[in-house]
Design a protein around this ligand. Sequence first.
Ligand code: MG
Length: 365
Amino acid sequence: MTPGSEILHLRPIIATPVSVPMNRPLGTSADRVESAPLLRLDLETREGVVGRSHTFCYKPGIAKSLCPILSELGKALAGSRLAPVELSERIAGFFKLAGLAGPLSSAASAIDVAAWDALAIANELPLAMLLGSAPKPIPAYTSNGLGLVSAPEAADEAEQLVEEGGAAIKVRVGRSSHEDDLTVVRAVRDRMPVGIHVMADYNQACSFAEAMHRCRGLDGEGLYWIEEPIRHDDYLYAALIAEAVHTPIRIGENFAGIGPMRAAFDAVASDDAMLDLDRIGGVTGWRNAVALAESWRWEVSSHLYPEASAHLLSATPTRHWLECVDWASPILQQPLSIIDGSVTAPSRPGVGIEWDAAAIAKFRI
Ligand SMILES: [Mg+2]
């Protein structure tokens, strides 16, 4: 039998909550995280193929609370064909009355990613190739650390991050005063070698009026982009800020499916989308979103999940930047690395992740 010619059928889902200490804790205007609460998912078929994924749950309690829900869902899906689009329809039906949003939606997306991973493994292809493209070098920026720390600390940390290989770094802003943000941005910018971009992320810290004041104040500081200055779904205000500020304003990590992405496009709130794999609907949702992005000529960057996103961006016609965080690296046997400013997804079958069983046992919650 040739690879992939056999129709595979699912066994129940295995979900394991872990809390993985971060190499660089991250304090943003929204929260401080020192240990990444991740939910590891294994989607096994009766025929022995295993698809893997993980979802970042933001809070340890969310990771743990999803396990019994996924157990119920897994029983309902057991015996189904390994066919990701069909599965996403079945999962939407399973949660129809409860409402597929927030952490439930992220978990559903993670199942979708695991299903695509299993399908690629069964076909003995890297995920990118299953989607129609060989894995390509994707320009990558380092998004570890650089939280709301002092200017000297930020400048030192930025230098260390550049040594890890990224072609850009991202500094968090949204301190109590704009002047403090400005001091940090200038301190970091002054230490960066020529050719290294500096991005800034407010994590939705500002009111509209405050964002207009602050983003105009950051214009001329050489920032590559300013991310989420205001509440993520205030698209009309985002459009006004983008109009008033020369530095590109970037949003998209909170597009929960293509509906909000369409609303942002209609409001002219962006000319670019930073897609989060688990908010946009997994691989299935990403494929739909990038088709829209291509039709609008929007560039697409990724948010979190660099392991799978490196494959997806390879197959995204308007690909732009890969956001690189190392939060899952301690539980992976072969973590990604940035080489000469880029990440290339591995050429082994699937997404190419294997769990480090000892690390999973150690960090289990
Ligand atoms: Mg962000």
